[in-house]
Write a protein that binds this ligand. Structure first.
Ligand code: CS2
Ligand code: MG
Length: 407
């Protein structure tokens, strides 16, 4: 890069090839283009406006090589720190600048992060069924695709909609298109009666060699979480995810006191500071922060470094509601970070693969970021423009008595 190279243009692209994504494009005066992901499910336009109105004008003229300084500038400069919208915007800029740095150096980003510490990144995907036989079929189908780690979610008798359970052949997509969120009915007692048996059936079906995971999606009290943890100990889960809403992290102590089931938390966290207590007090085993929502490659690495001190590993969020740019970025961290354990991989619909052309690949239960310079994901802008934004929201949940609960 010539020393006079600066950021010439910053563009925000909102596209909906089956679901909404926000892509950030940074172009340098030398004509190098970097891509970032700025997708925040159900609040996409807030991040797009933050980037367009408040970040893009500040970036033009800056040195694209100063990735860390730009992170600090946007984080400290906002004064109103943290939060999903700000941190997703910063994450997108960070990923795009790493992409540029890699392209200028002619190296994949993982090489700039110190090089590979493993040959490939273990991934897990989702299996889902309304009843146990359907769930076991779904687990079998994912194993046939090569997955050695599978998240299992089942329907609950008496409930018409359950987090993580899909109807039909398409992948699970919780955000519903339309001007308002769908209202789901939730019954924790029914879930607690059913889930341990379904998980035990899955373990019996697959035998000891397959890693099984389960996501509670923030729905239990600490007491309920402790009971569930105990009830599933013999299932030998790889992790039990988001057992309680993690705003109050003290409550996890109660869960820890009663069960050794490995706990994973963090997909809704945005900075190292939300992870700090969980890590330093060893209240979790896996931290789940997402490269997009937690400040990009630079900040995910920082969280990993703190976690490493406490022998806690990374298992980043990788739903289909962050774009293939995010997955690519996460995989560069995964390949180069010693305490990276596993990457969630839900997969994408066919149109998404066309709009986001990616060097990362899946084979045999593992992902690899690819060896092209940068992050390795390019956006087909002409195709993206053919899929305009469509309002879509995550569901909300009410108990049987009509009161709101956590979705
Ligand atoms: C989830 C997500 O992948 C997961 O573990 O908890 O599916 C989450 O519900 C969505 O990302 C919400 O947008
Ligand atoms: Mg989750």
């Amino acid at each position: 890069m010539s020393r006079t190279d600066t950021i010439a243009a910053v563009d925000v692209i909102v596209t909906s090839p089956g679901r909404n994504y926000v892509a950030l494009k940074i172009t340098t005066t030398d004509g190098v283009v970097g891509w970032g992901d700025a997708t925040l499910n159900g609040r996409e336009l807030a991040v797009a406006a933050y980037l367009r109105d408040h970040v893009a004008p500040l970036l033009v003229g800056r040195d694209p090589a100063r990735v860390e300084d730009t992170w600090q500038f946007l984080y400290r400069g906002a004064y109103w720190r943290r939060g999903p919208v700000t941190m997703t915007a910063i994450g997108a800029v960070d990923i795009a600048l790493w992409d540029i740095k890699g392209k200028v150096a002619g190296q994949p980003v993982y090489q700039l992060l110190g090089g590979a510490v493993r040959d490939r990144v273990l991934s897990y995907t989702h299996a889902t069924g309304w009843d146990v036989p359907e769930l076991l079929d779904s687990v079998d189908a994912q194993r046939e695709r090569g997955f050695r780690a599978v998240r299992v979610q089942t329907g609950v008798p008496g409930l018409d909609t359950v987090y993580g359970v899909t109807r039909g052949a398409t992948g699970y997509e919780p955000a519903g298109r339309g001007a308002a969120p769908v209202v789901e009915v939730w019954d924790t007692d029914a879930y607690l009666r059913h889930a341990p048996g379904a998980l035990a059936a899955a373990r019996e079906h697959v035998g000891p060699d397959v890693q099984l995971l389960h996501d509670v999606h923030h729905r239990l009290t600490p007491g309920q979480a402790a009971r569930l943890g105990r009830a599933v100990e013999s299932v030998d889960l790889f992790w039990l995810e988001d057992v309680t809403p993690a705003e109050n992290q003290e409550v996890l102590r109660h869960v820890r006191r009663h069960t050794t089931v490995p706990l994973a938390i963090g997909e809704v966290f945005n900075t190292i500071w939300e992870c700090q207590q969980l890590i330093t007090e060893q209240l979790i085993d896996f931290v789940r922060t997402c490269v997009t929502h937690a400040g990009g490659i630079s900040h995910l690495r920082r969280i990993a470094a703190l976690a490493e001190v406490w022998q806690i590993r990374l298992g980043p969020h990788g739903p289909s509601d962050v774009s293939p740019v995010a997955l690519g970025a996460s995989l560069h961290v995964g390949l180069s970070t010693p305490n990276f354990a596993i990457q969630e991989y839900m997969g994408y619909g066919p149109q998404v693969h066309e709009v986001f052309q990616h060097a990362w690949s899946y084979a045999d239960g593992h992902l690899h970021p690819g060896d092209v310079p940068g992050v390795g994901v390019e956006v087909d802008e002409a195709l993206a423009a053919r899929f305009p934004y469509e309002p879509a929201y995550l569901p909300v949940a009410r108990r049987r008595d009509g009161s709101m609960t956590d979705w």
